[in-house]
Design a protein around this ligand. Structure first.
Ligand code: ADE
Length: 244
């Protein structure tokens, strides 16, 4: 998969060199290219923003640098049909389902806005010429799209074939398959600070372990995210549990 990122803070994306995604980059599974929006400016101050038309607080990102930066990426990737994603708190909400869908794309372009946003004509221009989506990573406001882009690249990148060593670990996770949250995990020692590992996990009884894990997933989901519970599991409650 090819991923281009346009930002005024390329340094944020150094984080993509780390861990599994860094390895995936080295192995050529993901080709991430980060572009500094200021390289598409032509004034002494490398200006990317200006005051809002109609007045008001804050600054708006100017359309010209965005046009030049995005045209350069689209020209270079000639023949591909990239999806341009603008992270925005005003966008559709990013979910595991969207990550799965986007993992099938050949070429993603992330346009990271700052300040009060990007001039609307940039969205209109590229939506007319191709595919554009505004995507939010949740109902809170960040200072810009960089952190949101890193979150999305990580969620999408780890679904690409070969990125995560054991593909089974993708299946059992929260939000995959049945939509229930993950069960709690334990490792050695069998007792730590007076807290034992639940005995069933040390019983060697595989069926009992599976039953316990499913029950934990249902109870945790009921407690923390009841709206995610499948209809057939709603209603009955098993009382209070210690907090996660
Ligand atoms: N930019 C600022 N806040 C954001 C959010 N919640 N999601 C995506 N991009 C953003």
């Amino acid at each position: 998969m090819r991923i281009d990122v346009v930002t005024i803070f390329p340094g944020y994306f150094d984080a993509l060199e780390l861990s599994l995604l860094g390895k995936a980059k080295q192995r050529g599974l993901i080709d991430v290219r980060v572009h500094d929006l200021r390289d598409a400016t032509h004034d002494r101050h490398r200006t990317v923003d200006d005051t809002p038309a109609g007045g008001g607080a804050g600054m708006v990102m100017k359309p010209e640098p965005w046009g030049e930066a995005l045209d350069g990426i689209l020209d270079e990737g000639e023949g591909s049909d990239p999806l341009i994603i603008f992270p925005s708190p005003a966008g559709e909400v990013f979910t595991q389902g969207m990550a799965r869908e986007l993992a099938h794309e050949e070429h993603l372009v992330f346009g990271c806005g700052r300040y009060e946003g990007i001039d609307q004509r940039v969205f209109d221009e590229y939506a007319e010429r191709g595919r554009v989506r505004l995507v939010s990573i949740g109902d809170y406001v960040l200072n810009g799209g960089e952190v949101a882009t890193i979150a999305m690249i990580e969620a999408i990148g780890r679904l690409l074939p070969g990125v995560v060593g054991n593909p089974e670990s993708l299946v059992e996770e929260s939000h995959e398959e049945d939509g229930l949250l993950e069960y709690p995990s334990y490792t050695k020692p069998s007792e730590w600070r007076g807290r034992p590992v639940p005995p069933v996990l040390l019983s060697g009884n595989h069926a009992a372990v599976e039953a316990w894990r499913r029950e934990q997933r249902i109870e945790r989901t009921r407690r923390v995210r009841p709206e995610l519970l499948p209809r057939e599991l709603r209603g009955e409650s098993r009382g209070r549990h210690a907090a996660d």
